[in-house]
Ligand binder design. Sequence first.
Ligand code: PLP
Length: 388
Amino acid sequence: ESELEDIRGGGTWKSERVIASRQGPHLRLAGGGAGIINFCANNYLGLSSHPEVIRAAVDALEKFGAGLSSVRFICGTQSIHKDLEEKIARFHQREDAILYASCFDANAGIFEALLTPEDAVLSDELNHASIIDGIRLCKANKYRYKHMDMQDLEAKLKEAQKHRLRLVATDGAFSMDGDIAPLREICQLAQKYDALVFIDECHATGFLGPNGRGTDELLGVMDKVTIINSTLGKALGGAAGGYTTGPKPLIDLLRQRSRPYLFSNSLPPAVVGCASKALDLLMESNAIAQSMAAKTQRFRSKMTAAGFTISGKDHPICPVMLGDARLASVMAEDMLNRGIYVIGFSYPVVPKGKARIRVQISAVHSDEDIDRCVEAFTEVGRKHGALS
Ligand code: PLP
């Protein structure tokens, strides 16, 4: 109880608002609150409530049932699982792919399966918690380089030359700061020091790059990144699930050794149906992926003009930097009173003293939605003295 009091006292208590409608740009909250404009989902492309995605889930549910009651290698593999893996590999232009119940699981499974005590993993200090946990589980030698600092990465790569194999691990796009990893430079260093490159593309798959393939496409290094982990629970329909895609021998190895794959239930058919349809939509046309950029730019430039500091660059994750945890949470409440759903992020999700409200733009926000959000921020920011 006293620990809980400390969390409340520190202003970092995370309460959960209850939504009584589908996920989308406009929501209804339980106990009232209709017509709320939602700016904090990872529903980047608006596919979570897309009619064709929902239809595909219903069809898969009817044809293949509620679930498999089994892990993949016992009796948990249906044709739709194999089809989705093939589709994911084609989407990313890789040899093969393997499904997991979540990307958290994909990150938990990969490092331990791939790396031995003779190997080394070099990880950006601000990598997602699931990468950090995955690395903790493996017995490789661990190096942590300063956030996106190529000099530090090079120094660590030199130090790691004594090991059998080197793997550089980074988020493609960092979810708390909206910044994009310098993959060109990372891949150049990897080539120079004979290392493999792993990226987590949860906040990039579906919408970064000309065809929405992700950070590697955006930065022109699709042929240089060895391994991609990503999620089906954000832009790709938003239901759940994750995957690894990369060279076939690596995927084969994961099927034999990866613990979250070997010891956890198969992805439910309805979830497979959603993701499969989302990928079809993205492979048919790049119009959805392309529609994000102008909206992101509108929000970022209007907020900067209003006097806010927005972290990151050109990414639909737009963190409004505030510093103080209590200010972030009080401002988020005031925003909700004005019909705008945003959430304050504070320690331990972000470092102490770097609290923020993370705004996420979706392709299905209208210009009017974005302008209403900026107006509300300006009013609330003035009220709390948060504008520079
Ligand atoms: N990696 C990153 C960068 C994420 O943001 C997330 C989700 O928050 C995950 C991994 C975990 O993804 P999933 O929700 O599929 O477990």
